[in-house]
Ligand binder design. Structure first.
Ligand code: SF4
Length: 361
């Protein structure tokens, strides 16, 4: 018997203890991913999970069940463990969804952790996402476990001999394996400023941008309606930003594109304006190239504070050093044990890297 519930089966009051535990399964709110929507569905008026005595509750210390709703990342694994440790005994864990079972659509992601490596799991519910019925079935299964002291699978699979069902030919015809759907190009052409014919009356805006940075940019291209790309040499990066700061008051996004076959990263900042009405619908992307072996670029967070978090993020994912941003060299968004620079193209994903302390299958 599971040690966790042994005391429910000991002593003269054991029937009452079991009855009480069975009808008081209170899951803590710990929505980790999209399976949470199905959990909400299971407890909404249609399925009314509460009729099984199961009531979602907000505080770990007054709950006795964790329903892991999908993917658990390295960062979330700590939260899961801390939550579990705060809960009183007897406590239970149900894991919902393919992500919690084996990674699901994030299979082998650098940031994935199996919940069963962090906390002891009583029941898994397969599916992506599992239905509310499946979740309620797991609650019923857990109630049965509390009563009987034994975890049983709620599904029984009979062994079927396919030869009884399908007439197999004496000499089966062999089929070729399908060709892979993807062709991997060794040196894909990467261009971020492809000119387009666009119906856009933006001559005034273009001439403003030309006035400001025409001397620095090695190309200014219209790529769509209100979408402009400006190619800037690395040594003119800060001057360009200073020249644009009076008109463009914020950075919408900071992106890095890894181009390993050309030994470079493309770094781009997309700018826009909240204060200048003529520019609110315009996205100006300034981009430059940094060498891959020493990827250093000046931070623009002092000019546009909204770039700060995005520069930190790009540093953690790609290892591009934004000189002048105080957060370089530290992990801020990723968990401390995440391997360095996981979005670089040459980042090696270990087989089943998210499985901690398990043998490969
Ligand atoms: S199993 Fe499917 S629905 Fe559930 S968290 Fe993963 S991707 Fe989302």
């Amino acid at each position: 018997m599971d040690e966790n519930i042994r005391f429910l089966h000991d002593g003269p009051l054991s029937p009452i203890k079991r009855w009480g535990a069975k009808w008081s399964l209170w899951p803590v709110h710990l929505v980790t991913a999209c399976c949470g929507v199905e959990l909400a569905h299971a407890y909404a008026c249609g399925y009314d999970g509460e009729r099984l005595g199961s009531l979602n509750y907000g505080i770990a210390r007054q709950t006795n069940l964790i329903i892991v709703e999908g993917a658990i990342t390295r960062k979330m694994a700590r939260v899961l463990k801390i939550t579990w440790e705060q809960m009183p005994d007897p406590k239970f864990v149900i894991v919902m969804g393919a992500c919690g079972l084996n990674g699901g659509l994030f299979w082998n992601g650098y940031n994935m952790v199996r919940p069963s490596d962090v906390v002891p799991v009583d029941y898994f519910i397969p599916g992506c996402p599992p239905t509310p019925e499946a979740l309620l079935r797991a609650i019923r299964a857990l109630q049965d476990k509390i009563m009987s002291g034994r975890a049983d699978s709620t599904a029984r699979f009979e062994k079927v001999d396919l030869r009884d069902l399908v007439q197999m030919p004496e000499t089966p015809k062999l089929k070729r394996a399908p060709t892979p759907p993807l062709k991997i190009t060794k040196a894909p052409p990467i261009k971020v400023d492809i000119p387009r014919e666009v119906d856009w009356d933006g001559d005034e805006i273009l001439s403003l941008i030309n006035d400001k940075i025409g001397n620095y940019a090695t190309g200014i291209t219209v790529t769509g309606r209100g979408r402009i790309h400006a190619r800037i040499p690395l040594e003119r990066w800060r001057e360009t930003a200073s020249a644009l700061s009076a008109n463009f008051d914020h950075v919408r996004s900071v992106n890095v594109i890894d181009v390993p076959h050309e030994e470079k990263f493309i770094v781009e900042y997309t700018l826009s304006s909240y204060t200048d009405r003529t520019l609110t619908g315009v996205l100006l992307t300034i981009f430059t190239e940094v060498p891959r072996e020493d990827p250093v670029i000046e931070s623009l967070a002092d000019i546009w504070p909204s770039a700060d978090y995005m520069e930190r993020e790009m540093y953690e994912f790609f290892g591009v050093w934004f000189d002048g941003n105080d957060w370089m060299g530290r992990k801020f968004l990723l968990a401390p044990d995440t391997p360095d620079y996981p979005l670089r193209k040459d980042f090696e994903v270990n087989k089943e890297s998210y499985v901690i302390g398990r043998e490969r299958r």
